[in-house]
Design a protein around this ligand. Structure first.
Ligand code: COA
Ligand code: MG
Length: 282
């Protein structure tokens, strides 16, 4: 679990200054400024210049500013990384990462900028552990649309065909202390479907979800932040465990369930996350 909240990470096409302006006032934890798939080929060079200008203007507050570049194997990749070196964002997001060598190439171009990996190819998912282990890698963003295309699956209820990939990437992320952000929910007017997919992503262990539209932000923040019930339970567990310890016992009981030291670790993490969210929201 990361110290900083990453409940919501909104993609914003670098080609749309109006959307970028909007982001300055949205309650998102992270912004994924996109130069890749949300920008058409004939707009890419102009979008890069727009983004450099907007980043220099600033005004994004505590939101993590992450720039998704075009692949290094495209005609725009090198120019995008040069722009990233100039912008010094909080992270650079690389599409279609297949292995640690792809990360090395980025570090050489933008040393010091934390690298985020789009996990969206079968090879990348199978190499998730080595990618997460790379010292420069700070986060994973699941590219579930690309992954669905490559796997040959149709999107479906509860994403059963996607679960192996999601689980493999979460496990690798947790093994190496990397943030893990779930893929987008395409039907941006379907609030119930979004809420259901958020709950699934939260239960799988993701820190948050990537989003395509501002209307998705509130539902996502609620799903990935601790609920009032979770916070209240965490407080009761901590109190009950402290009382048990004072009485010389290693185990407490809360609501008919045992509470051991490991549950206290989770309870403290829940309270820390709540405090981090409160600090972020000022
Ligand atoms: N970030 C910030 N603002 C956004 C936004 C985004 N991702 N998507 C839409 N908005 C803004 C619009 O600019 C508009 O603002 P305005 O009323 O001040 O003009 C407002 O939200 C309402 O937009 P709406 O008309 O509902 O959406 P749309 O039809 O213009 O756009 C999409 C729909 C899906 C094309 C658009 O949301 C989008 O481009 N999303 C990002 C897609 C992307 O990045 N894909 C790559 C990763 S999967
Ligand atoms: Mg993609």
């Amino acid at each position: 679990m990361s110290e900083r909240p990453y409940r919501s990470a909104l993609y914003i096409p670098g080609s749309k200054p109006r959307a970028i302006e909007k982001a300055r006032g949205l309650p998102v934890d992270a912004i994924l400024f996109d130069l890749e798939d949300a920008v058409s080929p004939d707009e890419k060079v102009a979008a890069r210049a727009t983004l450099v200008e907007e980043m220099a203007k600033g005004g994004f507050g505590a939101r993590a500013r992450i720039v998704r570049v075009n692949g290094l194997d495209t005609e725009w990749g090198a120019g995008d990384l040069a722009a990233v070196a100039q912008m010094q964002p909080d992270g650079v997001l690389i599409p279609k990462v297949n292995g640690p060598a792809d990360i090395d190439a980025v570090v050489a171009a933008v040393p010091g900028v934390p690298v985020w990996a789009m996990m969206e190819t079968p090879v990348g998912v199978l190499n998730a552990t080595a990618i997460a282990a790379h010292a420069a890698v700070a986060g994973f963003v699941m590219g579930t649309n690309d992954l669905a295309k490559d796997i040959g699956t149709r999107a479906g209820v509860r994403r059963e065909p996607m679960l192996f990939a999601l689980g493999a990437c979460i496990m690798a992320a947790r093994a190496h202390g990397v943030v893990a952000i779930d893929g987008v929910y395409n039907a941006f007017k379907d609030d119930d479907g979004l809420a259901e997919e958020c709950a699934q992503g939260r239960d799988l262990g993701f820190d948050g979800k990537s989003l395509i539209h501002p209307a998705q932000v509130a539902i996502t923040n609620a799903a990935f932040g601790p609920s009032e019930e979770e916070v209240a339970l965490a407080e009761r567990q901590i109190a009950a465990f402290a009382a048990a310890e004072a009485a010389g016992q290693g185990v407490a009981v809360v609501d008919g369930r045992i509470v051991e030291n490991l549950h206290i670790v989770t309870a403290r993490a829940t309270l820390a996350k709540m405090a981090a969210i409160a600090a972020l929201e000022g």
